[in-house]
Design a protein around this ligand. Structure first.
Ligand SMILES: C[S@@+](CC[C@H](N)C(=O)[O-])C[C@H]1O[C@@H](n2cnc3c(N)ncnc32)[C@H](O)[C@@H]1O
Length: 234
């Protein structure tokens, strides 16, 4: 896929209004909050902690997650990013009305474009952590490869390993099997929309890509509707 190609045609953004982010933001926040604050026992303590934590959201959609997370975590700064222009504009609306002014101006980031990762790094990185909801199945396989490759480039490096994190929420196959009939049908629907999309397999696809780039799996949370929230550290 070229980085200029549109990801969705108008009218296909049903995910933006379907209520999924409304559910997942509150469901996942208790897991994510200690990671955001740097207090999670999964994170190593850096020898020289940064005074201000900055987090990167990839594929932020229309910004519903970042609006909620930023409001509830006022001591942390959030850098939302998106590939689609209409989404970047939607996130900017949230940033403008945010209570604590801790949402940085949204940046355009297509995970397949290394130059855009470089630009985001320059604008507000390096980052204490990265989180991403629901993208790996709804984009070509290359986006998984690029995510892990580029994520390690923009995370803060410390003398102590394990201080920076990558959290990914979504649905996955486990050992080659769908987690239920709903996921099998969802996968068929995704492939009907774009044959390059589809639910990825944890053991044969996701874990090897993470390991290849130095990420260590620290948390695996079973969430509602067979989704997983996975946390790696670098
Ligand atoms: C199902 S939506 C999820 C949006 C949001 N994270 C949420 O959970 O509500 C998938 C998102 O992935 C984004 N996306 C798809 N391919 C992408 C890419 N190559 N780089 C960055 N974002 C991408 C789309 O623009 C879309 O916002």
């Amino acid at each position: 896929m070229s980085s200029e190609e549109p990801f969705f045609t108008p009218g296909r953004n049903s995910w933006a209004t379907g209520g999924s982010a409304t559910r997942t933001k509150t469901e996942c926040y208790p897991v994510l909050q200690p990671l955001f604050l740097g207090t999670s026992s999964s994170l190593a303590k850096p020898s020289s902690p940064s005074s201000e934590r900055v987090l990167l959201e990839v594929a932020a959609g229309f910004g519903e997650h970042v609006a909620y997370f930023a409001e509830n975590t006022p001591t942390v700064k959030f850098q939302p990013t998106e590939a689609q222009n209409e989404c970047v504009a939607g996130i900017a609306d949230h940033a403008a009305t945010a209570v604590h002014k801790n949402i940085l101006p949204p940046q355009h980031l297509n995970v397949l474009a290394p130059a855009q990762w470089d630009a985001v790094l320059k604008a507000s990185g390096p980052f204490d952590g990265i989180y991403m909801f629901n993208m790996l199945h709804i984009s070509p396989w290359e986006s998984t490869v690029f995510l892990f490759e580029q994520a390690q480039k923009v995370l803060k490096k410390s003398d102590t390993p394990g201080t920076a994190f990558l959290a990914v929420y979504g649905t996955f196959k486990r050992n080659g099997e769908f987690s239920g009939e709903g996921d099998r049908l969802f996968d068929l629907d995704l492939k009907r929309r774009d044959e390059r999309w589809g639910i990825r397999d944890l053991e044969s696809q996701i874990f090897p890509e993470a390991e290849k780039n130095g990420f260590k799996l620290k948390e695996r949370h079973e969430m509602n509707y067979n989704n997983l929230l996975l946390v790696w550290t670098l």
